[in-house]
Design a protein around this ligand. Structure first.
Ligand code: ES4
Ligand code: ZN
Length: 325
């Protein structure tokens, strides 16, 4: 019903894992190009495998999927395909997560990853008019020493990486595990954010704020279990990058009609809508807007307010924000 509105509004996407935009068709093409055997016989078989009981189920398939990414051109093709798709959804600005440890652990050089992604970003800015920047995530199931090494590598690419995030398996890996490396990242001038309260408890959101000093919260669903925390997030105008279809597919919510987005808005939280891993969760950003708007009967004003939140919460220069709003 609000389809035309959703399509027509220029948007930001602030929570997209570029490796999670790898469509099965490109996965097969890259596997062929690189002589890699996939454990699936067809694109359809890959899509059939995308049935997840929880975050870990998804992550196992996500890390396997990204193993086809080997060369600089592979990372370029991945990112450029996503940016074209984003453009089709009228996305003007993207803050793109990537997981270097998912690649360096397989013997792919850090700079192969960043060269390919940043070349795609430069081309997209020129040819598509979509601005984009890179936010490097640490994999929280690995230890802090591995994150420290990854940060050391990123320092040489400070001109191309604007921020640092924290992703992967949340339960049992609290933000406090990464306190020192986030301190170093902040001191080096990186923007910092973290996934918190997706599957993990509200206490992980507190830790992300107090121990990591984050400037945004990725997901944040379970912050709703703690009134005091909600009050703080509202007071500090801390943006939450909410991902409705991800939450549905990973069973963070059992049905979109039970999704906390409307309750979050009613509390005064600064919420944004994003796709997370669109190739795995059944939709790019407009699809996320469409399905959550339908499920929660969001008004045109509410949809427009969420879109505006995305610009406010973004790292776009203020003049650019003003032009877009
Ligand atoms: C992720 Cl949905 C989600 N949660 C945590 N880490 C991730 N990495 C990629 N997608
Ligand atoms: Zn995510």
């Amino acid at each position: 019903m609000n389809d035309a509105l959703i399509r027509s509004l220029p948007k930001c996407e602030l929570h997209i894992h570029i490796e999670g935009s790898l469509e099965p068709e490109l996965m097969f093409a890259l596997a062929r190009r690189n002589g890699i055997a996939l454990p699936y016989e067809s694109v359809e078989a890959v899509r059939r495998a995308y049935q997840f009981r929880n975050l870990q189920d998804f992550l196992d398939i996500y890390y396997q999927g990204m193993s086809v990414l080997i060369t600089e051109q592979d990372f370029y093709d991945l990112a450029f395909a996503y940016l074209e798709r984003a453009k089709a959804d009228n996305v003007r600005h993207v803050e793109m997560f990537f997981d270097p440890q998912g690649h360096t652990a397989r013997g792919v050089a850090f700079e192969t990853v960043t060269d390919g992604l940043s070349r795609a970003i430069a081309d997209a800015e020129r040819t598509l008019g979509v601005s984009a920047c890179l936010v490097m995530c640490f994999l929280r199931h690995l230890d802090e020493a591995s994150a420290e090494k990854t940060l050391d590598e990123a320092l040489a690419f400070k001109d191309r990486i604007v921020g640092i995030g924290l992703d992967s398996s949340e339960a049992g890996h609290p933000p406090s595990k990464f306190k020192r490396v986030f301190g170093r990242a902040r001191d080096a001038g990186f923007f910092v954010t973290a996934h918190a309260g997706e599957e993990g408890p509200a206490s992980y959101v507190w830790e992300a704020l107090d121990e990591l000093g984050v400037e945004r919260i990725d997901h944040g669903n379970r912050a709703m279990e703690d009134e005091t925390l909600v009050g703080r997030l509202v007071r500090e105008k801390m943006a939450l990058t909410v991902c409705p279809l991800s939450n549905l597919r990973l069973r963070v919510v059992d049905d979109l009609s039970h999704h906390p987005l409307r309750r979050m808005m009613d509390k005064g939280l600064v919420v944004t809508v994003n796709s997370d891993d669109p190739a795995y969760f059944g939709g790019y950003v407009n699809q996320n807007y469409r399905e959550i708007s339908e499920a929660l009967a969001l008004s045109r004003e509410e949809i427009a307010a969420i879109v505006r939140n995305g610009f406010h919460a973004s790292l776009m220069p203020d003049e650019e924000k003003k032009k877009a709003l």
